[in-house]
Design a binder for this molecule. Sequence first.
Ligand code: ZN
Length: 348
Amino acid sequence: MITPVSQAEFVAQAEGRLPAMEEVAEGVWCLPLRIAPGRMPFSLSYLVRDAEGGVHVVDPGWELDANVDAIDTAVRAIAGRGARIASLVVTHLHPDHLGLAERLRQRDGAPVIFHRAEQRAQEVVATRASDPGPIQADIEAWGVPEGSRAEIARFAQASARPVVIADVLVDDDDVLPIPGRTLRVIHTPGHTPGHICLVDEAGGLLYTGDHILPTVAPGVGLGGPTVDNPLEAYLDGLAAMRAYDDLVGLPGHGYRFRGIAERATEIARRHLGRSFEVAQAREADPDASVWEIASRLSWSRGWENLARHHIVSALRQTAMHVRLIADGRLDDMRKAWGEDVPHPRPSA
Ligand SMILES: [Zn+2]
């Protein structure tokens, strides 16, 4: 069982309410921020006070005026009137994490910091938005039937988003420029190519971003196309997290928790359960296309009823599982996560 660290956050999450800011550890606060309607109820931002009175914002959250107000109020409460935002650290490129970075940088001059691969990923997504070629290639490779191709292509096309240029690009094992505090970067690709977690050993904290969440299994491959298989990278990244089981998990959504190794295992087994389902479908019909395999998997609403944009996501997910199997990684994944990975049941 994973254990919530804050009962208030846990209850607020369950009720879909925005919890209040809480001090997490000496000099670190958790600030829940709103997300645009129709998404998850809120994101969790973290404020870190440094030895010189500056406040570093980890994941500045969705671009909303209410969130700017919340951050400003919090920074004043933590470090006093006239306190400044010293840096904006972003775990990954999604708008519920990166959203306010540009606006706060322009206003306060604080440097924006994220992983090198996340810079590249944003550029790739921006290029794709104006080039239908790669999507056509995917559709061909997935074996989408002629009659569905145009429609699938429309939903698969990336929408253009402004690229945020980092002031500081970090790599795995770098230490963030925060005076008096050691926050070390762990590159955890999978959810997006340049996703990072942050370790604060002295504070007993692991900032998990959307790599490990307490209430949902994070989606994989959500940062545009990559050369590597995001699912493989993601599972390897989950395995690496088991070394930090004695730390408190500070996720990007949900609530702070203990039980990092157990949660990593739960999430990995969920993904692997799907891999085994795909492996079975391939055994039954070795020549089946990604489209055909996807159509034979269990989906909570049934394949026929999946909305078109969900079909695109279903095809992408299936292709990642097919690749994991084709690359021969299934057996060692099974050794790593348990020989008895259960067959997945579709969620309600
Ligand atoms: Zn998120």
